[in-house]
Design a binder for this molecule. Structure first.
Ligand SMILES: [Cu+2]
Length: 154
């Protein structure tokens, strides 16, 4: 059911963006990325930084990249990957065609730094995701308990 709520937000964003007039010149090379965001959550932070997790699904014929992120609650949001248990900032993360980019606990994640307020369980945080090719997507991410872990599908 979380997925439905996120999809509704995306749809609203897409309608707004359609008014800007589709960017021309993107038709070459066959296909475009078709992105949707699901399974998004932020564990209530226990320090002055917060992490965010979500899955970006690409149903299109072209790959895209998550290049930058911003939020109303943070002075800076960076994209991190986890290597050997240590996290490090990355320039961008690939979203393969007909595939997905998964940000999950222990792996890739968003890092909210310079928090302007501490997100509390039950609130939502507005996050804008920007891509190399696709239009930006704004997601309202629910804040879960500090120990929340999503059910895995397997
Ligand atoms: Cu991090």
């Amino acid at each position: 059911m979380r997925g439905l709520a996120a999809a509704a937000v995306i749809a609203a964003g897409a309608l707004t963006l359609a008014g800007c007039g589709g960017s021309d010149g993107s038709g070459s090379g066959g296909g475009e990325a078709e992105l949707s965001v699901g399974s998004a959550y932020i564990p209530q932070p226990v320090s002055d930084m917060a992490a965010g997790f979500l899955t970006i699904t690409n149903e299109g014929d072209a790959a895209d990249r998550l290049t930058s992120v911003s939020s109303d609650v943070a002075g800076q949001v960076s994209v991190h990957e986890t290597v050997d248990g240590a996290m490090q900032e990355v320039e961008a993360l690939d979203i393969p065609a007909h595939g997905s980019l998964v940000l999950e606990s222990g792996g890739n994640h968003l890092m909210f730094e310079q928090l302007k307020r501490k997100p509390k369980q039950g609130q939502t945080v507005s996050v804008e995701l920007r891509f190399a090719h696709s239009d930006p997507v704004t997601v309202e991410i629910p804040v879960k308990s500090a120990t929340y872990t999503p059910k895995t599908g397997h």
